[in-house]
Write a protein that binds this ligand. Structure first.
Ligand code: GAL
Length: 428
């Protein structure tokens, strides 16, 4: 099944992103050599990929690392919890105590800049040259992992956030035969599910997952250019289009499970798998997770009204200052950036490779569709997944969303979001 498409409004396309214009980038290349020094030294790899499709992706990467870096031993430092909800706190305290893991997962964009600005990670520009990574990644991605001409991480992938997943049997059982392409269509379909007695027309989880749903609604209501402007200070959070977005999002909340605030994304996904829900908005790690769990009856489409907008984020790995086994970490990073590493990881993770030289035929159907869209779509960033906003801003937005989930006070949410932007948006 291909993503639904609408007429293209070229603003800052994924193509332009690949070529440079949107500001973000990265690279990677051939397979790794062993770390200097030999022996069996451990490399602690810190992520939040503890289970399901996320762990399957990590395992793929580890397989390539074990072959390429024979002098080093992978040590799994994963801390469970979607979007790093728990891992980022543990990491912050370890970095503060001067006890960094050998490498950790960080999102390209503003989130990575937090670590760069805090002086916590090393410049990898020399390694990029040595490993031939400077030409392997799109220029736009490289810009998102660089500051002052220095490159600070190795991207593993590009994920898409604005995907609507469905239980095909549940949806067709309610008489829904075509994919909804507008918010009005979507609301009508949710009503059909409700009328059919489906317990949860739209499955939802806690704060950061609510933020994702809200952002998808904002993309529909503002369009990609104005949506991107929310994060770079050129769109006013107090504007009427944002009010409209909050009201539309509030309508959607009425179709969701009332215990959403206690759910991680996988709990909401379970409602889809069990046939208790029709739809769920989630990033494309869900494709890998459903595949790993053996659930085949799922559909996917871009969120209604998002047209040809690709909301991107990228996982990348870094060399922290003070890493105990810097040579082993470099071998891990070289693996992450290599063609073999990207294939082993992304075929299992639901994401597409950050490298530009991958062959779509090597990938499952979902990723093939995503790769085709990525070439032509308009790229916009994500706040909860770090491409749009810093960790401080992420925290402020997540707590505002959590509060709205309870009080549903539209003007209070808009004021909190405007205050967060005033505090954290880059100054023009
Ligand atoms: C994102 C991360 C993805 C996936 C997801 C759910 O922040 O970039 O790789 O792990 O969280 O946990």
């Amino acid at each position: 099944m291909r993503f639904s498409r609408q007429a293209a409004v070229a603003v800052c396309g994924a193509v332009a992103f690949l070529a440079a214009a949107c500001g973000s980038s990265s690279s990677g290349s051939g397979s790794s050599g062993g770390s200097a020094g030999g022996g069996s030294k451990s490399v602690e790899v810190f992520t939040w990929w503890a289970d399901g499709g996320e762990k399957a992706g990590l395992d793929g990467l580890v397989g390539v690392f074990n072959t390429a870096c024979t002098g080093d031993k992978f040590v799994n430092g994963a801390v469970a919890g979607g979007a790093g909800a728990n891992a980022k706190q543990v990491l912050a305290s370890r970095l503060q105590q001067g006890d960094p893991p050998d490498t950790f997962q960080a999102h390209a964009g503003a989130e990575l800049s937090d670590y760069i600005n805090a002086g916590q990670i090393e410049d990898l520009s020399a390694e990029y040259k040595e490993w031939g990574l400077d030409t392997a990644f799109p220029k736009g991605l490289l810009d998102n992992i660089s500051v002052g001409g220095k490159i600070y991480s190795v991207p593993a992938n590009i994920h898409r956030a604005n995907v609507l997943w469905s239980n095909k049997t549940v949806v067709s059982g309610a008489g829904i035969t075509t994919a909804p392409t507008t918010m009005a269509d979507f609301l009508a379909d949710l009503d059909k599910l409700k009328a059919k007695g489906v317990q949860t027309p739209l499955a939802l989880g806690k704060d950061w997952t609510q933020e994702m749903l809200f952002e998808a609604v904002l993309i529909s209501d503002l369009g990609p250019a104005q949506f991107t402007g929310l994060w770079n200070g050129t769109t006013d959070w107090k504007g009427a289009a944002v009010t409209q977005g909050i009201n539309d999002y509030k309508k959607l909340l009425s179709y969701t499970n009332s215990d959403r605030d206690t759910y991680d994304w996988t709990d909401a996904e379970k409602l889809i798998m069990e046939g208790k829900a029709g739809y769920q908005l989630m990033g494309d790690w869900e494709a890998a997770d459903l595949d790993t769990k053996g659930f085949k009856d799922y559909g996917y489409q871009v969120f209604p009204g998002n047209g040809n907008t690709y909301q991107w984020l990228a996982d990348s790995f870094v060399l922290p200052k003070g890493a105990k086994n810097a040579d082993g970490t470099k071998c891990w990073l070289k693996t992450v950036g290599s063609a073999d590493g990207q294939k082993a990881f992304n075929t299992k993770k639901g994401s597409i490779p950050a490298r530009t030289d991958a062959s779509p035929a090597d990938y499952p159907a979902y990723q093939q569709a995503a790769m085709a869209d990525w070439k032509v779509d308009t790229a916009v960033p994500s706040c909860p997944h770090g491409s749009a906003c810093s960790q401080g801003w992420q925290g402020a937005v997540a707590s505002a969303q959590g509060k709205f989930s309870t009080d549903q006070n539209v003007s209070a949410l808009q004021s909190s979001l405007a205050a967060a932007a005033a505090q954290f948006a880059p100054k023009k």
